[in-house]
Write a protein that binds this ligand. Structure first.
Ligand SMILES: [Zn+2]
Length: 401
């Protein structure tokens, strides 16, 4: 292997070579003592950051890719479902359960946890931003804040969380979705004059690409916006403000001024897109000030991961648990109306929602049988599920610590 090859590829991950070494040592001992193939049930649950009332489950596609062909059965929440760290009674809530000989997936524990922790972190952050934007378009512009090996993963997870588009061509190619983007500051700097760069963009960008011009490179936002409007007239779709931190002062006030000037000049239909260091908290104020669209980078692509853990809950047919965990295989029953969760023992059920009296249904479904995938959902279906559920639950930003 070349010493400059630091990107672990799919085959390397799938064959267990990205494991923690203690799992290798454990498996060696289990093999020698004839215990490696012990039949186990393992459950995966996530620990949400303080103040988060829900997370968005993403990354199941990758997990199934790793387990494909192995002698395991898998149950999981459908991708895009919301999940909690604990149910309404304070019991840890599994998002996925694997059943089979331990040797079939023991060396994949590290990889599976990493996949879920990152995917769910990004999808959850994207969903929080999208809910905070109250219907306004949000675009994921953050793959430059992550290792390029994660570019497609990051944009896919953000899309599941509910962003309206993403900038990465790698995810675009895999999902068949046209990526979204405007223009970089370098473009303006190379032409040296805003009008020259804007005209070149207008001349060469495909006709179906909205004419969104970057208006903050060399001069005051208000000045550049007026010049952009005069240059493109009715063809101007939006202006993008990516004002550097040192010049921001009151960014909301800059947005208010720009909106005022555009309206005054008759450009009421021209939308204002803002980007740069945004998160679910700053978006609310900017939207009130008149921003129509949001480009969000770091807070989505480099979102806080959600800590997932894998625990054996049954070994050789007997319920087990480490201290602080609940033994035995579990399922989650979810209210179809208010999405309240109740964790029950495998085979048990709950009929009525303890909160609203609605009908409870098992939330985890069988997604793999003997290493064969049973589901292959379209990305739009997954995204719609996530958006419906997160919009229903809403966002309580005041509870954030
Ligand atoms: Zn309910």
């Amino acid at each position: 292997m070349a010493v400059d090859d630091w990107i672990c590829g799919f085959e390397e991950v799938r064959s267990g070579l990205t494991t923690d070494v203690y799992l290798e040592r454990m498996m060696e001992a289990l093999r020698r003592d004839g215990k490696a193939d012990t039949h186990v049930w393992a459950e995966f649950s996530g620990d949400l950051p303080d103040g988060y009332e829900w997370g968005v489950f993403a990354g199941l596609n990758e997990v199934m890719g790793l387990l494909n062909g192995r002698r395991v059965d898998v149950w999981a929440l459908p991708e895009g479902s919301v999940f909690r760290g604990e149910d309404v009674n304070g019991i840890e809530e599994p998002v996925m359960v694997i059943s089979g000989p331990y040797s079939e997936f023991a060396l994949l524990e590290t990889a599976i946890l990493g996949i879920l922790s990152y995917n769910c972190g990004v999808a959850t952050a994207a969903a929080r931003v999208k809910v905070a934007a109250e219907g306004a378009p949000v675009f994921a512009f953050g793959i430059r804040r992550m290792h390029p090996a994660l570019a497609a993963v990051s944009d896919r997870a953000a899309y599941i969380g509910g962003v309206d588009g993403f900038s990465g061509v790698a995810a675009g190619r895999r999902l068949g979705i046209t990526p979204v983007g405007t223009m970089p500051h370098s473009f303006i700097l190379i032409y040296g004059r805003q009008e020259d760069a804007w005209s070149a963009f207008d001349k060469y960008a495909p006709p179906d690409v909205p004419r969104t011009l970057l208006c903050d490179t060399l001069s005051d936002e208000k000045d550049e916006v007026i010049r952009a409007a005069k240059l493109l007239g009715a063809r101007l779709s939006a202006v993008r403000l990516d004002t550097p931190k040192s010049r921001r002062g009151d960014f909301e006030h800059i947005v208010r001024e720009v909106r005022w000037e555009l309206d005054r000049l008759g450009f009421k239909k021209v939308r204002i897109m803002v980007s740069g260091g945004l998160d679910e908290k700053s978006i609310r104020g900017l939207k009130k000030a008149g921003a129509d669209m949001f480009g969000v980078g770091t807070s989505i692509a480099a979102a806080r991961v959600i800590d997932f853990s894998m625990d054996l809950c049954e070994v050789g047919g007997k319920p087990v648990s480490k201290r602080g965990r609940f033994s035995g295989v579990k399922n989650v029953y979810r209210c179809a109306d208010c999405l309240t969760d109740v964790v029950v023992g495998w085979g048990d059920s709950v009929e009525k929602c303890p909160k609203c009296g609605g009908i409870m249904k098992p939330a985890m479904i069988k997604v793999m049988e003997s290493g064969r995938p049973l589901v292959n959902e379209d990305i739009q279906k997954i995204r719609t599920r996530s958006m419906q559920q997160t919009l229903k639950l809403g966002l309580n930003l005041d509870s954030n610590r």
